[in-house]
Design a protein around this ligand. Structure first.
Ligand SMILES: [Zn+2]
Length: 287
């Protein structure tokens, strides 16, 4: 099978497993990535609940503060965005993601461990054409001074900018053209981040209970509590990582040029909804 232009659907060649803890629950979690037939899409399954399945699609997105959770019939799978980002960036169309509890293991807070797992499993081309969602008209969403827009373009391109009144961030921007090798180099290692002064409040709200310097960049007033950053602009790179994972809930790779300013999970999903509820603004296309 030849695949010069990425036109075939892909899954993994072998099942692969990893263990860790959930960032928010702090619970031990085991995750198994399993090959899936063409046309399956990305489907999460709770191995502790008779493999109850929840497709990674916009209608099942339940909660988007701090992390992205999927929910169906009261069953929850939390913090799905980083593994979804790795799956989308490696151009995998069909996969079962089996999780032994209500939260995906956080790894080191980036997508690196998921990329490594997927690559160790091997990528398998399937005998069905890939389908894309090609944007035909501009779509824009905003909330106060936060905004996102998608315009028709070739391939998938991202431009993200953030502003935080912190000496290590201030204003950061990053441009990225989706491509597996550059994702592995420039985006996958970027870790999630939070502010030390918010940790106490988050824990009281039942969040970040598994959080530590092993799986997040923690900002103090003047710097970071971790030994070092992986890139000076690791923060905005992680926003691109999150965006790629969140957009994958469209169900097909989006062909568009996307700009985001001070956005986050909630606005990422507003954009997905805005696209999906306006069928005239996109077309489903093969390569
Ligand atoms: Zn994230």
């Amino acid at each position: 099978m030849e695949n010069k232009n990425g036109s075939k659907q892909r899954t993994i060649a072998n099942a692969v497993e990893m263990e860790g803890i959930g960032l928010h629950t702090g619970f031990p979690s085991r995750m198994r990535l399993v090959p899936a037939p063409p046309g399956t899409g990305i489907v999460f399954r709770r191995s502790d609940l008779k493999y109850f399945a929840i497709p990674a699609l916009r209608p099942y997105v339940a909660k988007v503060s701090y992390a992205t959770s999927l929910m169906k019939q009261g069953v929850l799978i939390a913090t799905v965005e980083h593994v979804l980002s790795a799956i989308a960036a490696l151009e995998i169309d069909n996969l079962y993601v089996e999780v032994s509890t209500m939260e995906v293991p956080i790894g080191d807070g980036s997508a690196r461990v998921f990329v490594e797992s997927l690559e160790s499993a091997g990528i398998l081309e399937q005998d069905e054409p890939r389908q894309f969602l090609r944007l035909l008209q501009p779509v824009r969403v905003a909330s106060g001074d936060k905004w996102m827009e998608a315009v028709p373009g070739e391939g998938a391109q991202f431009h993200y900018s953030i502003e935080f009144p912190h000496p290590l961030i201030r204003y950061q921007e990053f441009s990225f053209r989706a491509e597996p090798e550059s994702y592995k180099r420039e985006i996958a290692p970027a870790r999630t981040f939070g502010f030390a002064e918010e940790v106490q409040a988050m824990r009281q709200a039942g969040l970040a209970r598994g959080g530590s310097l092993e799986n997040a960049v923690v900002l103090s007033k003047e710097g970071v509590l971790n030994p070092s950053l992986r890139y000076p602009d690791e923060f905005v790179r992680h926003k691109v990582l999150d965006l790629i994972g969140d957009l994958s809930m469209l169900g097909r790779p989006l062909i568009a040029s996307i700009r985001a300013h001070r956005a986050g999970h909630a606005l990422h999903y507003s954009l997905c909804s805005q696209i999906l509820k306006n069928p005239e603004c996109y077309a489903v296309a093969t390569a």
